[in-house]
Design a protein around this ligand. Structure first.
Ligand code: SAM
Length: 382
């Protein structure tokens, strides 16, 4: 009997990753870490992490050894607010030698290639920080060569599926990198969680990019087609100069734009738009609408209360809104907003789905989506 047989199988099956790497917006590392720690605990894999200010990333280690890959699959990156993307990585601080980086990186991938047989693809990236941005040319120059070398070794699957691990490398400096894996079915749609979107031609403000990113991130193409079909109705509170209204009009929806400020002429001229120069907190629709959009610059808790009121009164079916975060205690403020938004709905038994997300195009703010699947108890008192 081979006494070592069982042990060798165990070694092969054990994942070499022992920590999570989370990409986030520079300046929001603490919020990202706090959120990750709470979700990891709730997922049964508590741990601890480190967050260096302005580094654009967080590292988190589950207490249970060898469980980082498990944790990376248990946390849903799409449900997280501050993590743009997450992966499980090995803990390695040996510097890479310029000129021999490819061989060294491949060597470090070998145990993962053994454990996962092959990868669905390869993503290279660096944190969205001052140091990380300077590493983009290095990533671009290594991508093709690393892919060819992985293909030669049979490490890249010819017909990948979304459940198959993806190989990832994160460069922290030109000579320090972490190698690891992520899962396409629990991932940002974009490397590093950064979408490369162009401002739609004719848009009057860059805010349009925020809405575009939210629509791509929050919905599948099928959901988007159904929920934002031509003919649906929208109220846009704080609409000026009109970037969000522009996207809705472009997609064939009918918009009531509420803002005392002027809208861009081309948006204001649309026959499917009505501009009301009113206070967004006082405005009430004459009949329920499909969508409430709200991008007013105001205290987040006031916006949370307004969103909750529209939902509780049945004045809209879904809300897309933006919460401008304070400079301090941002995590706490967000929790408070969440509670203020959902407590009135829970009280009267309204079903809802709430997601809060700091999008790439969000700065000191987060974007929220509140969906209200058909609720028999909704009052629609209008
Ligand atoms: N979403 C807009 C776009 O895509 O162009 C940008 C909105 S801008 C960030 C905020 C807007 O909220 C400003 O135009 C401001 O006039 C408006 N606003 C602030 N408080 C408001 C209120 N109480 N009622 C209506 N509009 C308000």
């Amino acid at each position: 009997m081979d006494l070592f047989a069982g042990r060798s199988i165990l070694l092969v099956a054990m994942d070499p990753c022992n920590q999570l790497f989370l990409y986030c917006r520079a300046g929001f590392e603490q919020e990202c870490l706090t959120e990750c720690a709470a979700l990891a605990k709730a997922a049964g894999l508590p741990g601890a992490g480190s967050a260096t200010m302005q580094s654009g990333h967080v590292l988190f280690q589950p207490d249970a050894p060898g469980m980082a890959a498990q944790l990376a699959q248990r946390l849903s990156v799409r449900e997280m607010t501050f993590a743009r993307h997450l992966l499980a990585v090995e803990n390695h601080d040996q510097p890479l030698t310029p000129g021999n980086r490819i061989e060294q990186l491949l060597k470090r991938f070998t145990p993962m290639a053994v454990a996962h047989k092959s990868f669905s693809s390869l993503w290279l990236g660096a944190p969205d920080s001052d140091i990380g941005k300077a590493l983009a040319p290095l990533c671009r120059s290594l991508q093709g060569r690393l892919e060819s070398a992985m293909q030669q070794r049979g490490w890249l699957a010819p017909d990948p599926n979304p459940k198959q691990a993806r190989a990832e490398i994160v460069f922290l400096t030109g000579t320090t990198a972490l190698v690891g894996i992520s899962w396409p079915n629990n991932s940002s749609p974009w490397p590093m969680g950064i979408p490369r979107l162009r401002l739609p031609a004719g848009s009057p403000s860059r805010a349009a990019l925020k809405l575009e990113e939210a629509l791509i991130f929050m919905f599948t193409p099928e959901e988007r087609k159904k929920l934002l079909a031509p003919g649906k109705t929208v109220v846009d509170l704080g609409a000026a100069p009109g970037g969000w209204s522009f996207i809705m009009l472009r997609d064939g929806l009918t918009v009531t734009a509420v803002d005392r400020a002027n809208l861009a002429a081309e948006v204001a001229a649309s026959p499917r738009l009505r501009h009301l120069r009113e206070d967004g907190f006082r405005y009430r629709p004459s009949r329920p609408v499909d969508w409430l959009l709200c991008d007013m610059v105001e205290q987040p808790r006031r916006i949370a209360d307004l969103v909750s009121l529209w939902a509780a009164e049945g004045w809209c079916r879904s809300v897309l809104f933006n919460l401008k975060l304070p400079m301090k205690k941002r995590h706490e403020e967000l929790q408070l907003c969440r509670e203020r938004m959902v407590a009135p709905l829970q009280k009267v038994g309204i079903r809802y789905q709430l997601r809060l997300r700091q999008l790439y195009h969000d700065r000191e703010e987060v974007t929220g989506l509140l969906r209200l699947p058909d609720n028999p108890t909704r009052k629609q008192r209008l």
